[in-house]
Design a protein around this ligand. Structure first.
Ligand code: NAD
Length: 351
């Protein structure tokens, strides 16, 4: 199979590219604009292989997308490119509306034109996997779970832009028959995550013995899934998912932010011992506006229909992840320095 992956230089996209190329034998073209969140070093294990190709481009650019589809002739698309950080969406929603809404619309239109030209034998298998988040459902009370038919109530500019994209994607199935499948996944963690998100930020600050910021009282609950389990689920969707349907993915690992940060402190203390216990670095900071209280996923549809289940427990996955950041200081020091930011590199080159 030839798979076009968007956002493949990001955290989840790079895990999807590595898994497709190294474990399924698929050929991949990765289209990524290389924003600050991208990191081509995450693809070092596949970048030399003939079954992997990279195109630096913006998914909002229709002519470039038309050319990429015509040149590459994909059998499927896994669309992950997005602006993905909630705090950044509060401070600057523009890029979120552009990439997440206009970019998804542009890809859907490009894919529709391409799909309509495909011979019937190839149309039968073509899929457009639109990767989204559980944040589109909003905030849960103490006991409930997000199901695929839970109404959308997004709270942040990020989740609102993803919700808009999900509606567009499913409308392209209902109106034009494009074989779209939408996935809504809980919070991911694992290696190669840009150090602005809760888990890598906390790991790196704990390693460097810097303050560990926790929003509000730290009681907000998220359901954590290891990125490789998510990547495996997305590949199952390609083969087993039903067009026009939504699938929730979650790790069945609901933890409060304070539990996550405390656990990281204990693991870093164990793997990198030194003077004093890292828990003393925990610092409560004013809550994020519109901060959802609780997310929790009912992933039974994915278990039943896709035969998918996460294989790692959260505690085991977190232990491995801390170990990875300890061993890969060069990766995150360079990521933090902004050296992988393609737009910045372009700017520097132009000066
Ligand atoms: P990320 O921020 O690590 O990576 C996003 C990638 O998209 C980057 O490589 C970036 O350069 C690229 N990109 C951004 N704008 C682009 C554009 N206009 N054109 C082309 N490429 C562009 O994000 P992530 O955490 O890997 O998330 C990937 C997808 O999964 C997103 O759609 C996100 O909404 C969704 N998701 C993320 C999580 C999570 O916990 N991280 C959970 C559920 C769903």
């Amino acid at each position: 199979m030839r798979i076009l992956v968007t956002g493949g230089a990001g955290f989840i996209g790079s895990a999807v590219c590595r898994r497709l190329v190294l474990q399924t034998g698929a050929a991949v073209i990765n289209i990524d604009k290389l924003t600050y969140a991208a990191n081509l070093a995450s693809l070092a294990s596949i970048e030399q292989l003939e079954t992997y190709a990279f195109l630096q481009s913006d998914i909002c650019h229709r002519a470039a997308m038309d050319l990429a589809f015509a040149d590459y002739e994909p059998d499927a698309i896994i669309h992950l490119a997005a602006e993905s950080h909630v705090d950044r969406s509060i401070n600057g929603p523009d890029a979120f509306v552009n990439t997440n809404v206009v970019g998804t619309y542009t890809l859907l239109e490009t894919a529709r034109a391409y799909y309509e030209r495909l011979p019937a034998s190839r149309r039968k298998h073509f899929r457009f996997i639109h990767v989204s988040t559980d944040e589109v459902y909003g905030s849960l009370g103490p006991d409930d779970l997000f199901r695929e038919d839970t109404p959308y109530r997004p709270s942040s500019p990020y989740s609102a832009s993803k919700a808009a994209a999900d509606h567009l994607a499913l409308a392209w199935f209902r109106t034009y028959g494009l074989p779209v499948i939408v996935s809504n996944c809980s919070n991911n963690y694992g290696p190669y995550q840009f150090p602005e998100k809760l888990i890598p930020l906390t790991i790196l600050n704990a390693i460097d013995r810097k303050p560990l910021p926790v929003y509000g009282d730290g009681r907000n609950i998220r359901d954590w899934l290891h990125v490789d389990d998510h990547a495996a689920g997305l590949i199952r969707l390609l083969h087993e998912g039903r067009p026009g349907e939504k699938y929730n993915f979650g790790g069945d690992a609901q933890r409060s932010n304070l539990e996550v940060v405390t656990r990281i402190c204990d693991v870093v203390d164990r793997l990198s011992p030194g003077a004093g216990c890292r828990r003393s670095l925990i610092t409560f900071v004013p809550d994020r506006p519109g901060h959802d209280a609780r997310y929790a996923i009912d992933a039974s549809k994915a278990h039943r229909e896709l035969g998918w289940k996460p294989i790692r427990t959260f505690e085991h996955g977190l232990f491995e992840t801390v170990g990875w950041y300890l061993k890969n200081r060069a990766w995150w020091e360079r990521a933090r320095s902004g050296v992988y930011d393609g737009s910045r590199l372009g700017l520097l080159a132009a000066q």
